[in-house]
Ligand binder design. Structure first.
Ligand SMILES: Nc1ncnc2c1ncn2[C@@H]1O[C@H](COP(=O)(O)OP(=O)(O)O)[C@@H](O)[C@H]1O
Ligand SMILES: [Mg+2]
Length: 233
């Protein structure tokens, strides 16, 4: 589904992503975990073409996407839910969907409609006339994820969805990610390792722009060094 091979990304002269390689196979949830400032967001921005890598190769469904514009990457079938969620606070939930739908020319397998989204997220039907500003953090995050589905993605990149959410809400996101997994592959960026481990098939640990470790979730769970050195616990 996604192959990232030895990418190097800079912000100006700051060398941020330093030869990073990772892969997401069809149907997988893969997590990328690491401390604040490790380079998780920059990795996602590199994939989306928002911070194009200077060197390296990114392939999506076998086709090279390195250097393509973000909108064409979205059209090819990658959905992106950024860290700050970026929903329109003054628009209702429904209008947030409408805007995403109008911007989407992509017809595909997923066939997400507002109706299908409401079946998936019954809570959002109740909130459809609420403005972004009237929603809780968890509801806004749900809306941001749901809205990205309007682009019918085959791969979803989600940046720290549980950040700032209460434990009970985080628990409900476990089920959410698991059901989304039936419909698409997911690359999940997290600082919350226990959440990431409970929904993922495999994981990568990033620090200072490099992958330090990758393996199955069981391997990651049992690896004490990974926990002590690279994950905030
Ligand atoms: N726009 C930017 N300009 C310069 N440096 C940045 C910018 N955004 C992030 N950085 C730096 O890049 C590094 C990685 O940041 P980021 O990818 O946001 O990490 P994470 O998402 O893992 O917290 C950090 O040292 C951060 O300070
Ligand atoms: Mg980040």
């Amino acid at each position: 589904m996604l192959q990232v091979e030895d990418i190097h990304t800079y912000y100006g002269t700051s060398y941020i992503i330093q030869g990073l390689t990772l892969e997401v196979k069809d149907g997988e949830v893969v997590c990328l975990i690491g401390r604040n400032g490790a380079g998780k967001t920059t990795t996602l921005r590199s994939i989306m073409g928002l911070a194009p890598p200077q060197r390296g190769l990114i392939k999506f469904k076998g086709e090279e996407i390195t250097g393509k514009a973000p909108f064409s990457i979205v059209r090819m079938g990658i959905g992106y839910v950024p860290e700050d969620r970026r929903i329109f606070p003054d628009l209702t939930a429904r209008d947030n969907f409408e805007i995403a739908r109008r911007g989407n020319s992509r017809k595909s397998s997923g066939g997400w409609t507002i109706e299908k989204i409401y079946e998936f997220f019954p809570k959002l039907r109740e909130l459809e006339d609420h403005k972004g500003t009237e929603m809780s953090g968890g509801e806004q995050q749900m809306l941001a994820i749901a809205r990205s589905l309007m682009g019918n993605p085959d791969l979803l990149l989600v940046d720290e969805p549980t950040q700032g959410l209460a434990p009970l809400i985080i628990e409900s996101f476990v089920e959410l990610i698991k059901s989304l997994k039936q419909e698409m592959s997911i690359l999940l960026v997290e600082q919350n390792a226990s959440f990431a481990f409970s929904v993922s098939n495999r994981g990568y640990v990033i620090d200072k722009g490099k992958i330090l470790y990758h393996g199955s979730i069981d391997d990651l769970r049992e690896n004490k060094e990974v926990h002590d050195r690279y994950l905030a616990v």
